[in-house]
Write a protein that binds this ligand. Structure first.
Ligand SMILES: [Zn+2]
Length: 128
């Protein structure tokens, strides 16, 4: 689930908005500060240092996972997916597995998400 950091220019406080998927994020939409209801807010780009290779990403907290997502680094996200999957016994579903392998090849999260979510809604009538 994508999340975006915002900072309110009026009261100076930070907040995070969550979206169900990348396609729900509208960069032109007006956002309101939850603290003072000002619409004078600015998106912050988080700069997250990617940890050294070999780190066990399956042990990340959900916040740390969001940070990995926010880097937009497909291969890092893919590695995280893979480790989470391995920890779960590799049984997180074909969509998950496909997303993982495509991310590992460097395809953008945006593109993978868009593609797979449209396919999921198309196939939702005949679920297992
Ligand atoms: Zn505010």
């Amino acid at each position: 689930m994508p999340s975006y950091d915002y900072r309110c220019n009026n009261c100076g406080r930070s907040f995070v908005l969550f979206y169900k998927s990348f396609k729900d994020y509208d960069p032109d939409a007006e956002h309101t500060c939850p603290h003072c209801q000002s619409v004078d807010v600015a998106r912050r780009i988080r700069r997250v240092a990617i940890q050294k290779p070999g780190r066990d990403m399956s042990q990340l907290s959900s916040n740390e996972m969001l940070n990995v997502f926010n880097t937009g680094d497909s291969k890092e996200i893919g590695k995280m997916f893979k480790q989470v999957s391995d920890t779960a016994g590799g049984d997180l579903g074909s969509t998950y597995n496909e997303a993982t392998s495509r991310l590992l090849k460097g395809e953008s999260m945006d593109s993978v998400e868009r593609d797979l979510s449209s396919r999921e809604s198309a196939a939702s009538s005949d679920t297992d």
